[in-house]
Design a binder for this molecule. Structure first.
Ligand code: 6PG
Length: 247
């Protein structure tokens, strides 16, 4: 359900170039939000692709914005302890947040310590409600990835979570490792001012091609194709994932 008018597709030869461009845009979004609202609310993605972006932001952008005004949330989380090597929170904390000395009060990890993950989803929704006080959630920026099966955040193909219209956060069980996840829902994702997809690697080529060239068909198969916003959606893709050369 991409709205063609506000979607930009940018293709880069390497993951480093892709991440450099995404870092520049990240900083621009942050500057705008901080100038307008005195804070920047960003949702981080898990997986491998954003790790290069996090390292780059930590290494080269430490003085470009007031990082103390940035509030970090997560789009999805594997239901594992915070210190697990599979934790999306741990990954971003180590590569980005700790390096930039982000105060703990600006980090909003998805809780993974409830015996029932459904309770964790409710708890995180409360966390969002406290942050957005009386308003619907509207993040300044949401970073997302795309899986080879077309999933995004932890919204997997044919999963009931895709139908969720009311809850802001859901617990999800899917045939992946680890199988239990928490995820923001489509209504929350699609309310963002800015959405960046970071997509790299040849194994994503078929999904990317379908999303860009056969959107209606893609919407039936790939959750990532259901992401849209009235704001701005940018797809940062490397040549391997696009299956074409930029030249
Ligand atoms: C996760 C992610 C997930 C990820 C995609 C792409 O926790 O696994 O948040 O949605 O973004 O699977 O991951 P890669 O960048 O590793 O391909």
């Amino acid at each position: 359900m991409f709205n063609k008018t506000n979607r930009e597709v940018k293709v880069y030869s390497t993951l480093d170039e892709l991440c450099k461009a995404a870092a520049e845009e990240f900083i621009r979004c942050a500057q705008t939000a901080i100038a307008q609202e005195n804070r920047f609310a960003v949702v981080l993605a898990g997986g491998n692709t954003p790790q290069t972006l996090y390292k780059l932001l930590a290494r080269d952008y430490g003085t470009k914005i007031e990082w103390q005004r940035v509030h970090f949330f997560w789009g999805d989380e594997r239901y594992v302890p915070f210190d697990s090597p599979q934790s999306n929170y741990k990954m971003a904390k180590e590569l980005l947040l700790d390096v930039l000395k982000i105060p703990a009060s600006n980090m909003y990890p998805m809780p993974t310590y409830f015996p029932d993950p459904a309770d964790a989803a409710i708890k995180y929704e409360h966390t969002l409600k406290n942050f957005f006080v009386g308003k619907n959630p509207q993040f300044d920026l949401i970073l997302l990835g795309v899986g080879t099966d077309g999933h995004t955040a932890s919204l997997f193909p044919s999963n009931a979570a895709l139908e969720e219209k009311k809850a802001w956060v859901v617990s999800v069980r899917a045939e992946v490792n680890p199988p239990v996840r928490l995820s923001l829902t489509l209504p929350v994702i699609n309310s963002a001012q800015n959405i960046f997809f970071l997509v790299a690697g040849e194994e994503k080529k078929n999904v990317v091609e379908a999303i860009l060239e056969r959107p209606e068909e893609a919407q039936q198969q790939f959750p990532a194709a259901l992401v849209r916003t009235n704001g701005r959606l940018t797809m940062f893709i490397d040549e391997k994932a696009r299956g074409k050369s930029t030249t």
